[in-house]
Design a protein around this ligand. Structure first.
Ligand code: NAD
Length: 502
């Protein structure tokens, strides 16, 4: 397997102009400000410096939360009619769409992903998020309720109704794997609900968050409703997570940091949604369409170089087709072309940085020393420190670190099984419960297994399909709460009951 790293640079004027700035600003209370401290942002494929980002800390976290708190009560935001909020969200979607090529280029350069993944997967996903929740802004209703118990002292009747009110200031903390999409998945429902937001992108990939906020300003968002802080998790992230005036943290990231946030939320008992890690199984039955399963599971694990929370990392294949599946699957992995995300010939880009590629390599080595057989991959390339070849391993013991911990890289394990009950136990033998897929032509197997697997999403004959209508969350150590759909919106709303004796 080879890596072809041709020099690549952005074509759009927007991306070029953006990268020509020496330091990117933060956005607090409607004002853009370059901070005195800054840090580098690199292209992981080439190692080239892209730009620098302002490094926010506790002071800026306090300022941004104060601005968001103030905006919460201003007439421009608090009294904005639902139809106006709908139009505003729709306008943001239109602006993202108009700038989608530029945003996709920035995402490729910053994160390493391929242009196709960025433009047609994630940008379209972000646009759909804003349009979906734009529609909800005019449909937020409470209930009228007639209680059974009368109000005895004056013998009056009781009438009650519920109101749904914005939860308050939301700290939206997002990871580096799909930066713009993850930001949209938090901003769209939060704004639909009438909350105000401080957005904290991951330090590794903050470029599109800056550009997205510029578009949000252009759409006409009142000052302070959305604020952006770039910086490090243990500094500005922690300052937001512990802040007494943040009502809710909407977090997507690792299970390890998710656990820390539980402690950070204690002070004011802030609400938390935690979209965390996974170790998702794909179960391939003997009656599956083999070529569909091979290509679908390969996309499920290797897309975005495996840096996907729901990646199909543990693949269980029924014994009768195991050898054929393994051969074809390894061949598919071997044929993938590695290169710069902006190179149209690349199937996979680099990992987010060289450090992460080393972590992935170390996990594969631990699998090898636990007795696993490498069917393909397992290699690094001296001249390309952030790249890791798509890797398929067989015979990995169920107790090995590689089978139990999230790798977050292009690494799949293959395990044979004999009967459906056995594979359900194998699939559920994990602390995680984010997603799973079942590959079968049998309707009853599809329904039975979907019910038996402990995971927030189960796909049948597909993997990693998302749409804003579909609630997405994790069971077990994969998280708390869900994003998307009506349940995703509920996370940003408080329910108030108004009760009157009449
Ligand atoms: P991470 O947990 O290291 O960081 C996520 C975000 O949290 C970043 O913005 C980071 O700066 C911030 N952060 C770090 N420490 C913090 C602290 N002490 N207080 C507050 N904020 C802090 O995760 P990552 O490495 O950026 O992303 C990869 C992880 O995200 C993987 O585990 C992946 O499975 C998970 N993920 C989950 C989903 C999902 O929907 N379940 C989606 C994408 C990624």
């Amino acid at each position: 397997m080879t890596i072809t790293l041709r020099p690549c640079s952005p074509k759009t004027k927007g991306a070029k102009d953006f990268l020509s700035r020496a330091v990117q600003p933060v956005w607090i209370g409607g004002r853009w400000r370059v901070l005195p401290d800054s840090f580098d942002s690199h292209d992981p494929a080439s190692g080239a410096l892209l730009t620098r980002l302002s490094k926010a800390g506790r002071t800026e976290a306090d300022q941004a939360v104060e601005a968001a708190n103030r905006a919460l009560g201003t007439p421009e935001w608090a009294e904005m009619l639902p139809a106006a909020r709908q139009s505003l969200l729709w306008k943001i979607a239109d602006l993202i769409e108009a700038h989608a090529d530029e945003l996709a280029e920035l995402e490729c350069l910053d994160q390493g992903k391929t242009y196709a993944t960025a433009r047609f997967g994630e940008l379209n996903g972000a646009i759909a998020q804003f349009r979906y929740y734009a529609g909800y802004a005019t449909k937020l209703t409470g209930q009228t309720i007639t209680p059974s118990i009368g109000y005895a002292p004056e013998g009056k009747q009781v009438m009650a109704y519920t109101r749904r009110e914005p939860i308050g200031v939301v700290a939206a903390i997002v990871p580096w794997n799909s930066p713009l999409l993850m930001a949209a998945m938090k901003l769209a429902p939060a704004l639909c609900a009438g909350c105000t937001v401080v957005l904290k992108p991951a330090e590794e990939t903050s470029l599109t968050a800056v550009r997205l906020c510029e578009l949000i300003e252009q759409a006409g968002m009142p000052a302070g409703v959305v604020n952006l802080l770039t910086g490090f998790g243990h500094e500005v992230g922690e300052a937001l997570a512990t802040h007494p005036d943040v009502a809710k943290v909407a977090f997507t990231g690792s299970t390890e940091v998710g656990r820390r946030l539980l402690g950070a939320a204690q002070g004011n008992l802030k609400k938390l949604t935690l979209e965390l890690g996974g170790k998702s199984p794909a179960v391939v039955m003997e009656d599956a369409d083999l070529s569909l399963a091979v290509s679908g599971v390969a996309r499920g694990i290797f897309a975005n170089s495996g840096q996907v929370c729901v990646a199909a990392a543990r693949i269980y294949v029924q014994r009768g087709i195991y050898d054929r599946f393994a051969e074809s699957f390894a061949q598919t992995a071997r044929a993938m072309r590695l290169g710069h995300g902006l190179d149209p010939d690349s199937d996979l880009g680099p990992l987010v940085n060289a450090g992460h590629a080393s972590t992935v390599a170390a996990m594969v080595e631990s699998g090898r020393s636990s007795g696993a057989e490498i069917l393909t991959g397992g290699e690094t390339d001296a001249g390309y420190p952030a790249f890791y070849h798509p890797t398929v391993l067989a015979n990995v013991p169920a107790s090995a670190e590689l089978m139990r911990q999230e790798v977050f890289g292009p690494v799949a394990t293959l395990t044979p099984f004999d009967d459906p009950d056995e594979v359900i136990a194998m699939a559920n033998d994990t602390e995680y419960g984010l997603a799973a897929s079942v590959w079968t032509e049998s309707l009853s197997t599809a329904h039975r297994m979907s019910a038996q697997v402990r995971a927030g999403t189960v796909w049948v004959n597909c993997h990693s399909y998302f749409s804003p209508e579909l609630p997405k969350g994790g069971m077990k150590a994969s998280g708390w709460g869900v994003e998307n759909g009506a349940p995703g919106l509920d996370n940003y709303l408080e329910n108030k009951t108004v009760c009157m004796a009449i």
